[in-house]
Each structure stands twice: as structure tokens, then as C-alpha cells.
Design a protein around this ligand. Structure first.
Ligand SMILES: [Zn+2]
Length: 378
């Protein structure tokens, strides 16, 4: 017998990743999933709904907060305030509902009960009734939506308002809990989250399982490397931009052959409150993914062993310039990922009287020979 419930995929980077994530969560509570142009499964029983919501509650605490070290050295749990999941200190939409209400929503959506209603969802076109009061679309449901979190609190806006069915609201909200690699550059208050763009949802699921296996679940649950310092302490390494993040992710993954299209969501915060200011999307298309295999055959860890150790210093004062250091790391990572030697080599040019330093020649030379000589392309 074929499964009773089918949720079709959206062919959208955000919602397809969300649907894959829901399928993954359902598999964790022992629901059999058929992956085929969406997900199909049998109705959940009460126990499965309770376990699913427990997992979501646990992930809200884990993924949307981080261990912040205060000036006096003590630690506290702080909210990742730049994510559009909160307004005035409270989670919004599905994420903000009480556990019992979350269970009600999930058992309704994940049961075979027919979904009808007078309204039409602006996202998927299904009919629905707003029984759960989660239909207002804001950046919580879709980060590129124009509706701000303020509009959820009754502040009038000039922007159009969109409304969605509970299924789209649930999916959009839980996608913030997914295992996508992310990083945050506190200096320029920008956050980067990567989403694989793969149309076939079964393939997407397979790839995201590889990503999940590659993540080191540390403080902020973002992709990172743990390394032992000179005095023996354990440290975490973070990439600071989208290309370095991608490169450090590829370092951890064993198979990278078919991951050449990505969506990078950038969220820019404001300094005063660190709340979301802009969200924008960048498409990253890697033109020659095989070139990365060649780079990795020469340098096993190009980001953490080579690029991350670089810095940029002033030729006159010898002081380190943090902005240029960051920019040059990004240029080198971007050059390697996009197989673009011109971009890579820009990092080595003297700019603003500063020069790149900390590069180990025994790593740089083989890389350049591999990159520029093998193809006869000097
Ligand atoms: Zn919908």
C-alpha cells in the first residue's frame, strides 16, 4: 500500500531544504519516508508526534542560541539575535508556540485528515484555514519575504502582506533548525548560511546526510575544525566568509563531485541590537568542481592549513590589518573554489601598503604548480 500522506517538493532552495529536513526529522522518529518529488509517509501516531516536537524543542534551544563568554569570563546562553526567528525577545510563528500547540499543529499536518479551507496559500497554492494563527508570512517563514517581524505585532507596513498555509509556515520555521553550514563574521555583523541546490530531493537528502556527518557540533553548531593549540588546549576554527566556509566544508566532506550549486543566504545585522537588517541571496555556481579534487590531492586542508593561517600586515608599521586579512582569505578561498587564479593571486598584491604574510611556501608552490603548470596554462 502506498503511503497516505504526500508533500510535494517546491523547487525552491529554502522550502526544498526545509522539506528534506522534515523528512530527516521524521526518519529520526522511525517514520518510513519515500523520497520522490517530495516526501510520502503514513500518518504519525501520538507518540511519534510527541517525539518529533521534543526534537524540535531541543533544536530550538541548541541551534538558535549559543554559549556566550561575557567580559568577566563567565558564560551564558545568548540568542542568535541576528536570525529573523525572534521579535522583542520572543520566538515568532510556529517556533513561538507552546509545546502542546506545536503538537496539535504537527498532528494535524502529519495526519491523513483532508486539508481544506477558504483561503489560498501564497506559497504553495493549497487551500487552508488559519486555525493555528501562523499564516502571516515574515522572514521567519521565508527569509527573502518583504514582511518584517514588526508586521506580526500589528505595526502597519507599506509592504504587501503574504499569507501561507500551516504546512508552509511549519516548514519555513523549522528550516532555521536545519544542519546547513553557517558562519558569522562578528566584525561586519554578517552571517552566511549555505544551502545545497539540488533539484532531486532524494539526491539532496543523500548530500545533506554527508554534510551532517561532516559537521563538528560545537558551540554554535556551525562547520568548524577542532584543533589542538601549542599549549595543548582544544580550539575551534571558523571560516569568516561564504567561500572559506565552502572550502572548509569541502575539507570535511569525502565526496564533493556533485555539489557544484549552492545558495548562500547572507543576513546583515545592525550594530546596536544585532537584529536582522537585510537578507540577501547569492548563487554560487562552481564552474569546475574537478579542479577542487586536484587541489585537495596537493593540499589536504587548503583552508585550515594554508589560508586560515595567513594574515596581512602593514609594510611600514608591521601591524596586522584585520580587514585586509579577512578580505585576502576570502580572495584565496574564492579563487580556489571558483578555479579562478586571477582572484586567488589578487590576495598576493600589495594593497593599501599592506602585504600578505604567514603563507608557507612549501604549500603554496605545489599548489601553483598543480594549478598552473599541469594544464600547460601558465
Ligand atoms: Zn502553503
Amino acid at each position: 500500500m502506498s503511503p497516505q500522506i504526500k508533500i510535494n517538493q517546491y523547487y525552491d532552495w529554502w522550502f526544498d531544504n526545509a522539506l528534506e529536513f522534515l523528512g530527516n526529522l521524521l526518519e529520526e522518529v522511525d517514520v518510513d519516508i519515500e523520497w520522490n518529488s517530495g516526501i510520502a509517509f503514513d500518518s504519525l501516531d501520538e507518540d511519534q508526534v510527541a517525539r518529533l516536537v521534543d526534537t524540535i524543542e531541543r533544536l530550538i534551544k541548541f541551534k538558535l542560541t549559543y554559549q556566550k563568554t561575557k567580559k568577566d569570563g563567565t558564560q551564558e546562553k545568548a540568542n542568535r539575535a541576528y536570525l529573523p526567528t525572534m521579535h522583542k525577545g520572543k520566538y515568532v510563528n510556529f517556533l513561538g508556540k507552546e509545546t502542546e500547540e506545536k503538537q496539535k499543529i504537527c498532528s494535524y499536518l502529519l495526519s491523513h485528515e483532508e486539508k481544506t479551507g477558504k483561503r489560498i496559500c501564497d506559497i504553495c497554492g493549497d487551500n487552508y484555514d488559519d486555525d493555528f494563527n501562523i499564516s502571516q508570512v515574515s522572514q521567519t517563514i521565508y527569509p527573502m519575504a518583504t514582511g518584517s517581524l514588526k508586521s506580526q505585532c500589528g505595526v502597519r507596513k507599506m509592504e504587501p502582506e503574504y499569507h501561507s498555509c500551516p504546512k508552509c509556515a511549519l516548514l519555513g520555521s523549522i528550516e532555521w533548525l536545519d544542519d546547513n553550514p553557517f558562519t558569522c563574521d562578528n566584525d561586519n555583523l554578517t552571517n552566511y548560511i549555505l544551502f545545497p541546490k539540488i533539484e532531486d530531493i532524494e539526491e539532496l537528502h543523500r548530500l545533506k546526510d554527508i554534510i551532517r556527518g561532516s559537521l563538528k557540533q560545537g558551540r554554535n553548531s556551525n562547520i568548524m575544525e577542532l584543533f589542538t593549540g601549542k599549549k595543548g588546549g582544544l580550539f575551534e576554527r571558523y571560516a569568516r566568509d561564504e567561500y572559506s566556509l565552502l572550502l572548509s566544508l569541502f575539507e570535511q566532506m569525502k565526496i564533493i563531485g556533485y555539489t557544484d550549486e549552492w545558495a548562500c543566504l547572507r543576513i546583515k545585522g545592525t550594530s546596536a541590537t544585532y537584529q536582522t537588517k537585510y537578507s540577501y541571496l547569492e548563487e554560487i555556481k562552481i564552474p569546475n568542481i574537478q579542479s577542487l579534487d586536484r587541489v585537495f590531492s596537493v593540499l589536504q586542508k587548503p583552508y585550515s592549513n594554508f589560508i586560515d593561517k595567513s594574515f596581512t600586515k602593514s609594510l611600514t608599521s608591521n601591524n596586522i590589518d584585520n580587514n585586509l586579512s579577512r578580505e585576502n582569505k576570502c580572495l584565496m578561498s574564492k579563487g580556489i573554489v571558483l578555479d579562478d587564479f586571477k582572484t586567488f593571486s589578487r590576495a598576493f598584491q600589495i594593497r593599501q601598503n599592506c602585504i600578505l604574510a604567514g603563507i608557507q611556501k612549501e604549500m603554496l608552490y605545489p599548489l601553483i604548480i598543480q594549478w598552473r603548470c599541469k594544464d600547460g596554462a601558465i
